[in-house]
Write a protein that binds this ligand. Sequence first.
Ligand code: ADP
Ligand code: MG
Length: 683
Amino acid sequence: MNNKRNYEYLLSDLSSLKGVGEKTKNILKKKNINNLFDLLWKLPKSYTDRSLSSKIKNLKIGETQTITIVPEKYNFPRIRKLPNKVLCYDETGKIECVFFNSYEGYVKKILPLGKEITVSGKIGYFKNKYQITNPKYVSEDSSLIKQVHNKYSLTDGISEKTYNKILNQIIENLPNFNEWHSKNIIAKFQNISWNNSIKELHKYENIGNYKSNFYKRLAFDEIFSTFLVNSEIRKKIKKIKKKNKIINYDIQNSIIKKLDFSLTNDQIKSLNEINKDLTSTSKMFRLLQGDVGSGKTIVSILAAINTVNSGFQVAVMAPTEILARQHYNLAKKILPKNFNIKLISGKSEPKVKKEILKNLEENKINIIFGTHAIFQTKVSFNKLGLIIIDEQHKFGVNQRKKLSDKGGIDCDVLLMTATPIPRTLTMTIYGDMDISIIREKPKNRKPIKTYSKLESKIEDVLKFIKNEIKLGNQIFWVCPLIEESKKLDHSSAVRKFEYLKKKFPNQVCLLHGKTNNEEKNKLLNNFLKNKFKILVSTTIIEVGIDFPNANVIVIENANKFGLSQLHQLRGRVGRGNKNSTCILMFKSNLSDNAKKRINILKDTNDGFLISEEDMKLRGFGDILGFKQSGIKNFKLADPIHNNDLFLLAETEIRRIEKNNEDIKKFKPLIKLYDRADVINDIA
Ligand code: ADP
Ligand code: MG
C-alpha cells in the first residue's frame, strides 16, 4: 500500500487525515497549511519526556511526571465554580486529579474507579496533597502515554496531542520516492533519502540539528527545486526564436564619445552583454543590477539606440512619471536628431495621447517613455523590439514571465534594479534571468561622508545645513519611519517640518505618506528646480530620481532602518561631483553592536557588500521588502547559513543544463516544492 503512494498523497487535502475535521482543517488553512506536505514543515520546537514513570512517594513537585494510579473516589461539588476532583492511589501514596470546567461524565470516563490508569502531567501540591490539574495525557494503555511527546508552537485550537497524531500519521505513510538527485549530489549528504530525512527531521532528539545531513539534504531540495524551476523558465524563454538585431557600432561609439564622461568598465561590460543578447536569435531576458547612481540609465539608453537603429521600437518604463521624464530628458540630450521619442504621461491631453498611440502603431515613434501604465492601456506597437523596465524589484517570477510574453516574439526584455542584494538571493529571485552587474561607481564620484550624531546635538546639524544652503546645495531630511504606526510617522514629520520651517523660512517642503501622487510629483519637481532647500519626508522617495543639487541627507532615528535601507537612502545624494554628506541621527548613545553596523556604512559604499552584512544581521526576509516581493520564504534553507548549498545547487543546475539532462525524474520534487507555481506542464 505504502509503496503505491506518490507525491499526490502529500498534496492531498488535510481532511484525508484521521483526526482532522473541518474545524482543525480551517484553523490550519488560516496558517497557510493546505495539504499534508505543508504540515511536514511544522517542526517540533521542544519535547516532553513522559516515558519514565514514577511512584507517588517519589514525585517531584513542579515537574512533569508520569504515574500509574487507581482512581478511588470522586468528589464532584454542587457549586459550579469548584473543580471536580478524583482521589487516586498507588501502593506508595495518594494523589488528586483536579479538573476545572469539566463534565462529570468525561471525568468518570477517563478515570474509572478501580482501574489502573496512566496519567502524565505537572505535579502540584495543595493542602498536603499531590495534585495533577487538568491532566491531558490520560489512558488505560500506558504505552500511549509513556513516550516522548513532541511540542509544537501551538496554533490556537489545535492541541499538542493532535499535532503528534497527525504528523505521525503522515510520517508513517510517506511515499517511497526514487532518488531524484545524482549520485554525486546525494553523496554529499551521506546518501540519506528524502524520506528518511523527513523522518529524522521530526525526531525530538534532532530538534535544531541544522548541521545534520538530513537537514541539509532537505534544505538543498528546497533550493534546488527553486533553481530548477527558474532554469526551466529561462530555457523556455531562450527557446523562443526572434529576429536578431543588427547593431551599428559606429553610431553607438560616436554617441559614447560625445558623453561628458567616459563609461566605467562595468558599464561597458554590461552594454556588451546586452548587445550580444540583442544580436542573438534567442530572446533576451536580462537583469541589469547596480547600485543607485552606478549609471544604469545610460547603458539602457544605448541599448535602446542600438535597437532603434536595427529598425525596432523601444518602450522604456519607470515606476513614476518623474523618473520616466528624467530618462526621457537624458535620451533627448544624447539621441541622434532623427530619432522620434515621446513621453506619455497621465497628464497628457487625450488628443496628444491619441496621436502618440496612432504614431506608435504606425512605427513613427522610435522610443516611448512612460510609467508601467504603458502596458495597461491599449497600446499596440508596430515593431516592438525591446522593453526596458527601470527600478523594479517587487515583481515576482510569475509577473516577469507574463511580461516577457507580452512584448511579442521579437521583443527583448531588460529589467533594471538598484537593489544590490546578496548573491544567494539574486540566484533565488532572479534565477530565471541572465544578469549583468555594475559594481563599479563612476570615477568622478566622491565618497559620501557619513557621520552619526546624537539628536541632542541637532544645533550642530542645523549649523552645518545652513552653510550648505549658503553654498547653494539642497538637503533631504528623512524622518523616522515607524512601521507600526503610520499616524506617528505622519505627526513626527509634520512636527519636524514646522520646526525646520521656523529655522529656514520659505525654504522647507514636506512630503509624507498622505501626499497624493500628483502633489508628490509637483513637490519633487519644485525641489528639483531648487525652489526649496530642504525636503522633509517620511516615505522613501523613488530611489532612481537624480537630484544632482542635493548633497546632504539627514536621517533621523537611523536605528529604525536596516543597513541596506540606510545605504539606499544615502544613495540619493552623492550623484554629482559635489562633496556630499550623510548624517545619521540617533536618540541615544549607540550600543557596541549598533556601532559595528554603522561602521560598515561608514567604511564602504558598496551596496552588494552592505547587503551581505545586512542579511547576516537581520535575516534575508527583511532586506528591502523582499517579503513583499512575491517570493515565498524557504522553509528550511537559509541563504546565510546554507551559502554552500546555494552554490552547490547552482553548479548542479548548470551541469544539468549543459548536459541537457531530462528533468522528468525531478517531477515529484517540483510538484511538491514548486514555490512559483509556474511549472505545470512537466512530463
Ligand atoms: P542609476 O544606476 O541609479 O540609474 P543613473 O543612470 O541615474 O544611475 O546615473 C546617475 C548619474 O551618473 C547620472 O547623472 C549620470 O549621467 C551619471 N553617470 C552615469 N555614468 C557615468 C560615468 N561613467 N561617469 C560619470 N557619471 C556618470
Ligand atoms: Mg536609475
